[in-house]
Design a protein around this ligand. Structure first.
Ligand code: AHR
Length: 500
């Protein structure tokens, strides 16, 4: 298999948006409880935070973390999660049919986010609640003092405001499963009113309107159009959510999931820009891809034995394979390719629930396979994203027709050219030509790949043993001759190669 990239330092998509490499912590399953927070765990610190998970999270380095949901937020009463812990109520969480103890809440999340060194992206409940409660929460979080909710925060022990810049106006309200599901017109109006009211409290916040829960939603397109027509003046971003999985052993189509992500982004950009034109607006609405991942949604959501109204049940604890990691690498490529308009990304979710990380109650914590491409791209994508024209051999898929065998994205920061590559062919290696002329680079400074090692197959995960079966290995087969690099990718692999 062969492919050739065309790239030039002069042709850029735009600066790498730092918020592109975010993640998501929802009060769902064991993401919070026995995920990031477990006071009885041997590694717990003075705040009850698991330092083993904290350390792994710091290594991943999510630049922004969305909180507290997800479907959870559409029934969330934020007041339950603040103040003395002993006074906080246990509440049913309708979304995941579990019990929320509220032992971890806003102040605890703020502490965790500061220890990680990440930005908070806060979602408000526009399912069962509305404008007033969103404003109360914003006042509690961002105003200094002298008003009811700002003073309440101080009385609760948080002297300084949390100072949250990024706010989601609800979650997936286009979905019939969502508590408080709405029509686009109902939601668009509510988003506009709530957004304007929130801005009147803190003019510097950035607001994300709910977009479609997937490109397959029957209302996709029309939803974005109506919502943005009604709320364009009040919001900065529109959200996208997408989860991919392998259906009936069709790995070929699954490996091509980024084709759908590319299309989804292009179509939301087109819709937002059409509303911009029709409304004679000058500002652009950018995109917040604030839930994305591989998720085997057709499998049972709850683990065997989980009962309704359990606390921190095992919910969608997907174990990720080599194949899943390669797909995640291509989804990151898709986000980078659209860095001019996708300014925020949040991989869903951080730990246990379709997690980059896994942690056992009282036990170990480790990186899933998909954590590796996430961490590498977050660390190594710097400077500007380059326009990459890929000319690749193709392969047939049932869902997307003929698809490029090699998927690519690249960044350049005046010193280092970084190329992220995936080989979707399950049998053959792929030889990729990368022209280096014009970049002032002539040697390989770093080359790593992820693929099934000897004795493994594409289904191997990190569940067993010491949890490191699938990881990164040095990629040896990279040569540079007269301004042309040739990278040979093993079958079904993801790789990063840097040139200096
Ligand atoms: O991330 C899991 C769930 O997926 C979220 O709660 C919801 O927003 C989405 O449907």
């Amino acid at each position: 298999r062969t492919a050739r990239l065309a790239l030039d330092p002069a042709f850029t998509v735009g600066p790498v948006p730092r918020r592109l490499f975010g993640s998501f912590v929802e009060h769902m399953g064991r993401c919070v409880y026995t995920g990031i927070f477990e006071p009885d765990h041997p590694s717990a610190d003075e705040d009850g935070l698991r330092t083993d998970v904290l350390e792994l999270t710091r290594e991943l380095g999510p630049t922004v973390v969305r909180y507290p949901g997800g479907n959870f937020v559409s029934g969330f009463e934020w007041e339950d999660s603040v103040g003395p812990r002993e006074d906080r109520p246990r509440r049913i969480d309708r979304a995941w049919r579990s019990v929320e103890t509220n032992q971890f809440g806003l102040a605890e999340f703020d502490t965790w986010a500061r220890k990680v060194g990440t930005e908070t992206m806060m979602a408000v409940n526009l399912g069962t609640r509305g404008l007033q409660e969103a404003c109360d929460l914003l006042e509690y979080a961002n105003l200094d003092s002298g008003t009811k909710f700002a003073d309440l925060r101080k009385a609760h022990g948080s002297k300084d405001p949390f100072d949250i810049r990024l706010w989601c106006l609800g979650n997936e309200l286009d979905g019939p499963w969502q508590t408080g599901h709405k029509t686009a017109a109902e939601y668009g109006r509510l988003a506009a009113e709530t957004g304007m009211a929130m801005r009147s409290i803190d003019p510097d916040i950035e607001l994300v309107a709910v977009g479609s829960s997937s490109r397959a939603m029957p209302t996709f397109g029309e939803w974005e159009q109506t919502v943005l027509e009604l709320s364009y003046h009040a919001v900065d971003y529109v959200s996208l959510h997408a989860y991919y999985q392998e259906h009936d052993g069709d790995a070929a189509s699954f490996l091509a999931s980024a084709v759908d992500m590319d299309l989804f982004i292009d179509q939301v950009v087109a819709t937002a820009d059409a509303v911009r034109a029709k409304g004679k607006h000058t500002k652009k609405i950018n995109l917040s891809f604030d839930e994305w991942n591989v998720w085997y949604q057709t499998r049972p959501h709850h683990a065997p034995g989980v009962q309704p109204w359990d606390v921190a049940p095992r919910v969608i604890e997907d174990e990720y394979s080599v194949t899943d990691a390669v797909v995640v690498g291509t989804l990151l490529n898709s986000l980078l390719r659209h860095a001019d308009r996708v300014h925020i990304g949040a991989q869903a979710q951080l730990v246990n629930v379709i997690g980059l990380l896994r942690s056992e109650p009282g036990g170990e914590a480790w990186k899933q396979t998909i954590a590796h491409p996430f961490e590498q791209v977050r660390r190594l994508a710097t400077g500007n994203v380059l326009q990459v024209v890929t000319t690749s051999d193709k392969y047939e898929t049932a869902r997307f027709d003929a698809v490029d065998v090699v998927d690519a994205s690249a960044t350049y920061d005046d010193e280092t050219l970084t190329v992220f590559l995936a080989n979707r062919d399950q049998e053959d290696s792929a030889s990729v030509e990368v022209p280096l002329r014009g970049f002032g680079v002539d040697r390989v400074s770093n080359a790593k790949y992820l693929a099934a090692a000897e004795g493994q197959d594409r289904h191997t995960t990190n569940l067993e043993g010491d949890h490191s079966a699938v990881g990164l290995r040095p990629l040896q087969d990279v040569t540079v001759t007269e301004g042309l690099a040739t990278v040979v990718l093993p079958p079904l692999s993801w790789a990063v190669v840097q040139f200096r």
